[in-house]
Design a protein around this ligand. Structure first.
Ligand SMILES: N=CN[C@@H](CCC(=O)O)C(=O)O
Ligand SMILES: [Zn+2]
Length: 428
């Protein structure tokens, strides 16, 4: 299939000579081209440029292309949501109500709710039911312009359920239009029955679960919740190093609730990203900048937990490459709207309109080790393109709290048109 998008007010290409994630002022350079068209064939972008140029360079393709008229709209790469807890059983709205009445997130978790409650529900939910539930969530992501999603396990805390979560994600990668990238997070919490025997559980993650994840090729990344009362920096380091030895790239939930030197650890172990960082120290931020560790910031979590926002402005100014994501999960951030998260990043983390676009495209792609494939509109990259119903990119955040996604092209195929999902993706 050949597609030609014409007449867009602006095409935000994110094209740059910079290799790797963007930092500092590079994050503001979103390479907007006016009067520009995008030509795609199969699942690749063929060319981005003025229509006369495309007609001269690719006359045969232009002739047969299905033309999409983007008059009055803007075009950009599909959004990349690089941190989610996508596959999980149940919901936790009752805990939300408890928090509105004064309980804290950690109090609820320590009393057996929080991650433990979702672990129970995820263990009880069948593979097929988890698959259908998650399929519906992916449909919502797609309608919001997201074309790649990361999915962490971590609501099993036993091998059987961790494997079930990762296999659901794997099946969705094969059946749903969205690309699903898997992260193993067996060390998301210490199971209730291992209280006081935390190191024993760490040993199970290291010696039992991680080797199986690698052997069955169930994930690319290995993540751990390094937090007071969950896993210590030492335990986290052991888990991340063990994964590294098996070929799994480290990620880390760092400095989310209390400062715990998680940012420092991320830099030290060579993690691709440190995530959350609400209370990361100045020293940790410096170390991340030096190591080139990507900060995956999740302002929806600060918003929903009424916690202080991560210091996104400072991180960018200090040279840390920043990505932002929903952190979609049933406890601390039950939203599937990355556009809303972009707005929070502008309003509460001091990020500019251009920086949030970089943070949800090319930098998020690099946080998933896919910066060479997705995240910008350039010849040779995957044809993941969205058309938004706004006159210019500044309106994306100005008209806030709305979904502006008009068209989604995933792998060179139109999957959302006029805001409507074209196919019911559920395959039984
Ligand atoms: N912080 C740890 N994990 C999730 C929350 C999980 C939950 O509450 O179910 C997070 O990224 O915010
Ligand atoms: Zn998370």
């Amino acid at each position: 299939m050949t597609i030609l998008i014409k007449n867009a007010n602006e095409v935000i290409t994110l094209k740059s000579a910079v290799e790797g994630p963007r930092t500092k002022e590079q994050m503001r350079d979103i390479a907007i081209v006016e009067n520009c068209s995008v030509l795609m064939e199969g699942n690749s972008i063929i060319a981005v440029g003025p229509i006369a140029q495309l007609e001269a360079d690719f006359p045969d393709l232009v002739k047969v292309a299905e033309v999409i008229d983007a008059s009055g709209k803007i075009v950009m790469p599909g959004l990349v949501d690089c941190h989610t807890h996508l596959v999980h059983g149940g919901t936790r709205e009752q805990e939300f109500n408890m928090r509105l009445n004064g309980a804290t997130y950690m109090e609820i978790m320590n009393a057996g709710g929080g991650i433990h409650a979702t672990t129970k529900r995820t263990r009880e939910t069948s593979f097929d039911d988890l698959y259908k539930k998650t399929m519906n969530h992916l449909d919502v992501f797609l309608k919001h312009g997201v074309t790649t999603v990361e999915a962490k396990s971590g609501y099993g805390l036993d091998w059987e359920t961790e494997k079930k979560q990762l296999e659901v994600a794997g099946k969705l990668q094969a059946t749903h239009d969205i690309d699903v990238v898997s992260t193993f997070m067996g060390a998301h919490a210490v199971p209730r029955d291992y209280k006081g025997r935390e190191d024993e559980f760490v040993d199970i993650v290291i010696h039992d679960m991680l080797p199986k994840v690698a052997e069955l090729n169930l994930a690319e990344f290995n993540d751990v919740f390094c937090e007071k009362g969950v896993f210590t920096p030492e335990q986290s380091q052991r888990i991340l190093e063990a994964g590294k030895a098996l070929g799994l790239t480290p990620k880390i939930h760092a400095d989310e609730i209390e400062p715990y030197k998680g940012a420092e650890l991320a830099a030290e172990v060579g993690a691709i990203s440190a995530e959350h960082l609400l209370v990361a120290s100045d020293e940790g931020i410096q170390k991340m900048a030096e190591a080139g560790t990507i900060a995956v910031l999740l302002p929806g979590t600060a918003f929903f937990l009424r916690a202080p926002f991560a210091r996104g402005r400072l991180m960018i100014d200090e040279g840390v490459p920043v990505a932002i994501s929903t952190d979609f999960n049933p406890g601390s951030s039950p939203t599937m709207s990355l556009p809303f998260i972009m707005n929070l990043a502008c309003m509460h983390m001091g990020m500019t309109l251009e920086e949030v676009l970089t943070a949800t495209t090319i930098n998020a792609a690099y946080a998933l080790n896919r910066g060479h494939q997705i995240g910008s509109l350039e010849a040779g990259k995957q044809a993941d393109v969205i058309i938004l119903d706004v006159a210019n990119y500044k309106q994306l955040q100005y008209f806030y709290g709305m979904n502006h996604t008009n068209t989604v092209i995933k792998n060179g195929r139109v999957v959302v048109q006029d805001g409507i999902l074209l196919t019911n993706q559920l395959v039984n």
